[in-house]
Design a protein around this ligand. Sequence first.
Ligand SMILES: [Zn+2]
Ligand SMILES: [Zn+2]
Length: 287
Amino acid sequence: MNIDLHCHCAPYSTCATQSIDELLLRAKEGGIRTLSITNHDTTKDEDLFEKKAVAMGFAYIKGAELGASLAEEGLGFPKGAKIHILAHAYKDGDLIESVMQDVKNGSENAKIKRARGEYIAKRFNDLSLSGLTKQRLIACLVEKGHFIDVGAAKEFFRSPEISDGFALHCLGPKETIDLIHKAGGFATWAHPFRGEHHYKFNEDDVKAILTKLVAYGLDGLECFHSSNFEAGGVDLLRALAKQYGLFETIGSDRHHNRPMPYFSFEKSITASYESEIDIGKIQGGNL
Ligand SMILES: [Zn+2]
Ligand SMILES: [Zn+2]
């Protein structure tokens, strides 16, 4: 096991707590040789990541993890259901960054965020909560005793009441895959059994979504991710990858500088799994 094509660092991924230097150190200790850092919806400072990684002897592949909404796919998932698509080995990271920033800060999302703030103020009968940013709202909800701690307040934001009721606009899977290809990269479906906010997909869901993604030009499948092992789905994903001619990738999805084995599923990986992941092709950009 010496490849990690999926990990995060702070402050670029707001859910991550490890710094870029901590991440690189852990990866080095863990025996990783080929690395791709894939922060959420951003390619910011990736030249710096690459420089640091190469200086430490890693083979580095540029990466990002993009959220894509299933709302328009007609598959019957809740409005806020999103999947994650990894972009790898692209040439134009600036294009990805500018499109992501436009989507995030667009007028549509400003409107949804305003409505969300007003709803929360009304729900808790507390007008001082109106017009606050999400970070401030979370802090105030805890300060004022509406939630016991930050974790509980965050959980509230992830609940269907907020995440479906005020689903923020983002690209759909076709637009996301098109963007990655336009930037010269490869698109891989990350942790297929898990959507954003740990939304769980079952085997039928995975097959239905994958059929769509393949039609949109998906290149790869993250067959090796801890949540796939939990779902017992590694073999299924590998069979699907073979069926559709997708390459297989492996990712730790590490966010934190924790003293644990580099991969939580370390014991499940066999030598034969490793040897079949054709990362050389991704890195060379010649699939
Ligand atoms: Zn993800
Ligand atoms: Zn991730």
